[in-house]
Write a protein that binds this ligand. Structure first.
Ligand code: FE
Ligand code: FE
Ligand code: ZN
Length: 278
């Protein structure tokens, strides 16, 4: 059975998130570790964390994919913004260890005129300060659409960050289907070639999660506008190939499509049907 889920509101805490996910037919999910625009995180006490873990085991949820806030920019030109990124990252990773063995996904960042190389250095420096040998969480760099000065729109940039990180075993990649199409990787017509390229440059073993989104714009548009799963540039066939590809099918698939909860439940059902699990 595929792991398919969606973005869930973190309101009400961990157990409430888990219950909401299961009610939608999901067996994985994503959530913002705090308000997507930044702000403070809700406290998680160890007891609630244990209850959440038991709930997950009972409902065959073995991997969730937390998302760092959008405002986190490890390679901002402003020092106070980079400092904020460190604060958030450190605090989030500490909390993640209360629910061991999951993923923490973040946008590598936008270099805002500093240049790609400086950006990559700053992102790698943050990771080298944040990762520690005994951690159980896997930190994921998200593939980006290459909007503005975003880093991570090219596989080479993800490779360059990885090359500079010491504890590579704690670092993976989350493949966002909207973002890579917008970045110019033709997963509509040439999924195998794109994955071969990813394998050559980064390594398929680094892939730990997929953000399954359709895209309003077309190949190479660099727009980053998500579409519902049956709308947008990617066909049903292309999305099914992503879901069922041997290199991807065991990963958690997270919908970040513009939907309310009922819409997500319908898309999860639809996708299970497309891969013959309905
Ligand atoms: Fe994201
Ligand atoms: Fe995404
Ligand atoms: Zn996006």
């Amino acid at each position: 059975m595929h792991r398919i889920g969606c973005h869930i509101s973190s309101a009400g805490g961990y157990l409430a998130m888990g219950e909401r996910a299961v009610a939608l037919g999901a067996n994985t999910f994503a959530f913002f570790t705090r308000n997507p625009r930044g702000g403070s995180a809700k406290a998680l006490d160890p007891e609630e964390a244990l209850a959440f873990q038991a709930f997950c085991r009972a409902h065959d949820i073995d991997r969730i994919v937390a998302h760092a806030p959008y405002t986190l920019n490890a390679c901002s030109a402003k020092e106070n913004v980079r400092e904020f990124a460190r604060m958030v990252f450190e605090d989030d990773l500490k909390r993640m260890e209360l629910t061991p063995g999951h993923c923490y996904n973040f946008h590598p960042g936008s270099h805002i005129g500093q240049g790609v190389e400086t950006g990559i250095d700053q992102i790698a420096a943050l990771l080298n300060d944040m990762l520690w040998p005994e951690m159980t969480t896997t930190v994921l760099l998200e593939t980006m659409a290459g909007k503005g000065s975003e880093i991570g729109g090219r596989f080479e940039e993800l490779r360059a960050i990885r090359d500079k990180v010491h504890l590579k075993e704690h670092l993976g990649v989350c493949l966002d289907t909207c973002h890579i199409l917008d970045g110019g990787y033709d997963i509509e017509n040439h999924l195998d070639d794109v994955l071969d390229e990813f394998d050559r440059i980064v390594g398929l073993s680094c892939l730990k999660a997929v953000h399954l989104n359709n895209s309003v714009g077309g190949l190479g548009c660099h727009k980053d506008r998500h579409a519902k799963i049956e709308e947008g540039a990617l066909s049903r066939e292309a999305i099914t190939r992503v879901l069922c590809h041997p290199a991807l099918r065991d990963l958690p698939f997270i919908l970040e499509t513009p939907n309310d909860e009922a819409g997500y439940a319908a898309e999860i059902r639809l996708l299970r049907g497309w891969c013959g699990e309905a």
